[in-house]
Design a protein around this ligand. Structure first.
Ligand SMILES: Cc1cc2nc3c(=O)[nH]c(=O)nc-3n(C[C@H](O)[C@H](O)[C@H](O)COP(=O)(O)OP(=O)(O)OC[C@H]3O[C@@H](n4cnc5c(N)ncnc54)[C@H](O)[C@@H]3O)c2cc1C
Length: 419
């Protein structure tokens, strides 16, 4: 692929979930000749970007690794009714990730991690609009409140660390009594006596269609797509990828945005990468008799319930198991029980379930930039529970870095070499 005058050059983007698609689109807008490569079509159910809760979580500044987990995790792992699962045979392979994860559970890590999270989450609404505006994907962006449900006020107030951390970034929700919750939603079950509410939130009515609409818009503007699996990557002044089947494609630059599958490719480049599949599940109720007035975070089950297109989606749960292990039944049962608690009057008949893989690092921060010793290959992955939220911003920062512009935030926390 030769460099044309009037374009920045050729660039290959490996992986077309929300992160890769956003990177490809911003690179295309920046004048690059872009080729996205993925074995599946964007918007397919194999992607984490398909089945998430659809929440653009502008207030999610707390790391996955929070100090209270040290106390709670052992009991949670032994309790089949808790939203944390581990397949014990997977433990030896999890250890290289678990040890640094454990180190990040210390209270003094919260402030730097939450600062690094806040600078990539705070403008998610604007970032999604900038990406989707004028494309069919825009129709999927819904606006309203985001309510968190607690059993009582004490439960909310006991998490002083989250409250104090969020306060530092001006993220102070209003509170709701049981009566106020019922005024908003008369169907709410008796278990929930207290709530908090953030205004000016956004969510997607169909994350899968959002991604496929963005993809169609990208193709319509001249972006290219190649269906295939990248097996190897070679850095250098003319970096290349090797596809399944042996074909080699070279370009001026390459971007690695393959979600949790980025890890084996990064390791081939000599990068010490620590990324696991934090597996999560969703249950979708098709055409429910009634739905939620806005998204809920349901704290006792650690699930998000989102009103979507002709459906109510409940997503969450953390399961540590190998990336290709078959989906388990217990998380789906746990989610179904949570639905029955939130909406005891809702008949659960036509449902679908799904399992997806959050790409999660031990410090809850994404990876962004080039690795030392592997020039012209940019990395962007590790969005954990907020990968949909930050995907457009990561993609935009990739485009800036590829063109030699430095984004005006401190990027050192996201360094590829930090593990
Ligand atoms: C249950 C659940 C609920 C969630 N809820 C939310 C939420 O409400 N809000 C939020 O912000 N985030 C949420 N997330 C997280 C979010 O979905 C992910 O962090 C995000 O989708 C990751 O996007 P990605 O583009 O990095 O990866 P993916 O969407 O997984 O895309 C990676 C792509 O890379 C491709 N690929 C893999 N290997 C190769 C290869 N060798 N060559 C080429 N391509 C390859 C794959 O086929 C895939 O298409 C949730 C996740 C789960 C599981």
């Amino acid at each position: 692929m030769a460099k044309d005058s009037g374009v920045q050059g050729n660039i290959i983007i490996v992986g077309a979930g929300i992160t890769g698609l956003a990177a490809a689109e911003w690179l295309r807008r920046d004048g690059w000749r872009t080729t996205l490569i993925d074995p599946v079509l964007p918007g397919s159910s194999e992607q984490a970007s398909f089945g998430n809760a659809g929440l653009l979580a502008r207030a999610s500044v707390m790391p996955v690794a929070s100090p209270s987990l040290v106390r709670k995790a052992p009991a949670m792992l032994l309790d089949p009714g808790s939203p944390l699962y581990l397949r014990w045979s997977y433990l030896p392979r999890l250890l290289p990730w678990l040890i640094p994860f454990y180190r990040n559970l210390s209270p003094d890590r919260i402030a730097p991690i939450s600062k690094a999270l806040s600078q990539i989450t705070f403008d998610t609404n604007e970032q999604h609009l900038a990406l989707a505006k004028g494309t069919p994907a825009e129709r999927h962006i819904c606006s309203g409140d985001f309510v968190t449900l607690f059993r009582n006020r004490e439960e909310y107030e006991s998490d002083t660390l989250s409250i104090e951390t969020r306060k530092r970034y001006g993220l102070v929700p209003s509170t709701l009594t049981r009566e106020e919750l019922l005024q908003r939603d008369p169907n709410l079950g008796p278990q929930y006596g207290f709530g908090t509410v953030f205004e000016d939130y956004k969510w997607l009515s169909s994350p899968g269609e959002y991604v496929s609409d963005l993809f169609e818009a990208y193709l319509g503007e001249g972006g290219s797509f190649r269906q295939g699996r990248v097996l190897d990557m070679t850095p250098g002044s003319r970096p290349s990828v090797t596809l399944e089947g042996g074909e080699v494609l070279s370009a001026d630059k390459i971007v690695l945005t393959a979600g949790v599958w980025s890890s084996p490719l990064a390791k081939k480049l000599g990068v010490k990468m620590r990324l696991v599949a934090e597996r999560g599940y969703h249950v979708v109720l098709k055409n429910p008799a009634f739905t939620a007035p806005q998204p809920y975070m349901v704290t006792d089950a650690k699930v998000v319930m989102t009103p979507m297109q002709d459906a109510l989606r409940i997503a969450g749960v953390v399961e540590f198991a190998s990336i290709d292990a078959t989906p388990a039944k217990a998380p789906v049962n746990l989610i179904s029980k949570a639905i029955a608690r939130v909406y005891p009057g809702l008949e659960i008949d036509e449902t679908e379930s799904w399992m997806g893989r959050r790409p999660t690092t031990p410090d809850s921060l994404p990876v962004l930039g080039e690795a030392s010793g592997a020039p012209n290959i940019l990395h962007a992955y590790g969005g954990q529970h907020i990968g949909l939220t930050i995907g457009p911003k990561l993609g935009r920062m990739v485009a800036a870095l590829a063109s030699g512009r430095k984004p005006n935030i401190d990027l050192s926390d996201y360094s590829v070499d930090r593990f």
